[in-house]
Write a protein of this length. Sequence first.
Length: 176
Amino acid sequence: MTGRLTLETLPPAARAVAAAVTDGVGAAAAADAEAFEAAARRLALAEPEHVRVVLGGVVRPLLEELHPDGVDADDVRAVTADAVTAALPWWPAVDAGPLVVVVAGALGVHPEVFPPATDDDGAPREEPAPLPTPDAITRHALLLVATLLATRGGRVRTYLERSFTELALAAAAEQP
């Protein structure tokens, strides 16, 4: 594969994911809960791992461009607070927890390495808190992308094309 993929050259399933991501991010930016939910339902029809990887490939470069010296805990708090503040008036289901998981996943930090959760009294839990569902991750990733684009500027299309191009290059590198 040479060059950058465009959304028009993607296979139909990938094009459907890209269209739903574009619609979801646009709906989040416009504070349109109905359109946001419709886009999220379309993404739920796709392979969850594919959606996760595509969205991670959009979030990661946005974070890197906004924080060229690296993302620290204060940056995560600020990005999360911005996303919650932007979404809460129109989508009351917004939750900082899944947003943090999206940021950590996009940066390659896996939830298994998080310290164990604690009970209300501060004692470590026997079992860690459950991870958010793939559906919650998807919705919060859409919110995060909309928030990051509002800060950074640019179009989701640019980041989607970059994400799909990187996926294609990685797949080609795995071919014998």
